[in-house]
Ligand binder design. Structure first.
Ligand code: FE
Length: 190
């Protein structure tokens, strides 16, 4: 499979959603693929560029790449999916896509520190994983987070991520987002 990823990472990752994306999204009423599509669609409707739309689509790809069960947070395991996903994404799509992916858990911890309304609206599964992820950032950590050049993109992605858990919501399909993945890949190569 890795060989295909090197030759054509866009087709590879879209196939990965097709093959593994029907798994439930940790404690939510949507599948991994539905969650990814709702996130990417929110990014598109908010006029994000190709790299951030690609990041929204791929932000949880680490869940598809690793072999842990999707509900491992319920067993007290933090799966580190953001690192795993970001490392894979970085090889093919560059930092404008991989860094918001890497930071999307930190962005949640940042928002829990800085936005009480955001924290109140977290789903039960997300509150459970928050504890395993280290809880809200400390004030010092929140300041440090903002110094990252990809912080704003990660926070935007995180808000779309949180909205992308609507059972049965109709979205465009995976192929709709292929051109954004191709464009993000082309940008990273130029
Ligand atoms: Fe997510």
């Amino acid at each position: 499979m890795e060989g295909n990823a090197t030759r054509d990472p866009v087709s590879y990752v879209l196939t990965l959603f097709g093959e593994r994306g029907s798994a439930a999204y940790i404690g939510e009423a949507v599948t991994q693929t539905e969650h990814a599509l709702q996130s990417a669609w929110a990014a598109e409707r908010n006029s994000a560029g190709p790299a951030l739309i690609a990041a929204a689509l791929l932000h949880d790809v680490g869940h598809l790449l690793h072999g842990l069960p999707e509900d491992c947070a319920q067993d007290g395991i933090d799966d580190g999916h953001e690192e795993l996903g970001a490392r894979w994404v970085e090889q093919y799509f560059g930092p404008a896509v991989s860094e918001p992916v890497r930071l999307h858990v930190s962005a949640k911890r940042f928002l829990c520190r800085t936005d009480p309304v955001y924290m109140q609206r977290l789903s039960d599964a997300s509150i459970l994983s928050l504890r395993l992820q280290g809880g809200p950032l400390s004030p010092g950590e929140a300041e440090e987070f903002l110094n990252n050049p990809h912080a704003d993109a990660a926070v935007a992605l995180r808000r779309w991520d949180e909205q992308a858990k609507v059972p049965g919501l109709k979205t465009p399909g995976l192929d709709h987002f292929r051109p954004y993945l191709e464009a993000a890949r082309a940008q990273s190569a130029s």
